[in-house]
Design a binder for this molecule. Structure first.
Ligand code: ADP
Ligand code: MG
Length: 263
């Protein structure tokens, strides 16, 4: 079995604020994700879940606060300046290198339509990490097998079901050997009968100790796979805890109201 990561993957979100114009979408987010753990993020539409995920790998620049991965600031570097410390934005090249430590799986798969499943998985490790194509291809075949698609290597995305496309997207994320996998509603675009096969793959990954942050409305998945459940509303984390606490004995009325709607 190919190692998916060689690194721990501890994520720390500290005092993060983010606005779009006058709308403050993240209003002071604090969150710690331990290496090898699974965090499920729940919350109503518009509560800031996607913005939080995108901020974690610096697809969004936060206005205040910071994100760290294994103690290293994401998107910035600390440099001493006249006796004090100042933050400097990372150069594009360093940012890209840092970003490859996060794998991102989107709601709409975002596969390259003109590439086969195998080529989709091989592309980034070769072009962004400069690894040898032959070696990456062998690993990509293993990864496709791991998500149950060994026989689909030569097929293009349009010939695959949504569930199969999302499993290719997961293999593609894993091919970068990320320290942390970020999933933004990975099953929301799927027909109901295809949700289970994708959640099954994510659960298998969870058991291998991959650090994951998963935004989803799938409460059953949260119960089975999550070490911690985070409930967000209106740009804040309302409560955080183990699934049995947040899902079965929520402390806040807003969490209860949300759960009553999705359960
Ligand atoms: P969620 O994923 O929980 O549904 P989002 O993080 O996508 O929430 O969005 C939170 C709020 O921020 C929403 O009101 C959304 O319209 C707004 N928003 C998100 N991205 C942008 C953007 N790039 N520009 C302006 N507003 C945005
Ligand atoms: Mg979203």
């Amino acid at each position: 079995m190919t190692a998916t990561t060689t690194r721990p993957g501890r994520v720390e979100v500290h005092g993060v604020h983010k606005s779009f114009g006058t709308l403050e979408v993240l209003q002071g987010i604090d969150l710690v994700v331990e290496p090898g753990s699974v965090t499920v993020v729940l919350g109503p539409s518009g509560s800031g879940k996607s913005t939080l995920l995108r901020s974690i790998n610096h697809l969004e620049k936060v206005d205040r606060g910071f994100i760290a991965l294994d103690g290293e600031l994401v998107g910035y570097r600390r440099r001493s300046h006249r006796g004090g410390d100042r933050l400097h934005e990372l150069q594009e090249k360093d940012l890209l290198r840092q970003r490859t430590r996060f794998g991102f799986v989107f709601q709409n798969f975002n596969l390259f339509p003109h590439l086969t499943a195998l080529e989709n998985v091989v592309e980034a490790p070769v072009s962004a990490q400069g690894r040898r194509r032959g070696e990456v291809e062998a690993e990509a075949r293993e990864l496709l097998a791991r998500v149950g698609l060994a026989d689909k290597a030569a097929v293009h995305p349009r010939q695959l079901s949504g569930g199969q496309q999302q499993r290719v997207a997961i293999a593609r994320a894993l091919a970068m050997r990320p320290a942390v996998l970020l999933f933004d509603e990975p099953t929301s675009a799927l027909d109901p009968e295809l949700v289970g096969e994708v959640l099954g793959v994510i659960e298998d990954l969870a058991r291998t100790g991959t650090t994951m942050i998963v935004v989803t409305h799938e409460i059953g998945f949260a119960r089975k796979a999550a070490d911690q459940v985070v409930f967000m509303d209106a740009g804040r984390i309302v409560e955080t805890g183990p699934p049995e606490q947040v899902l079965d004995a929520p402390r806040h009325e807003r969490t209860r109201a949300f759960l009553a709607k999705v359960l």
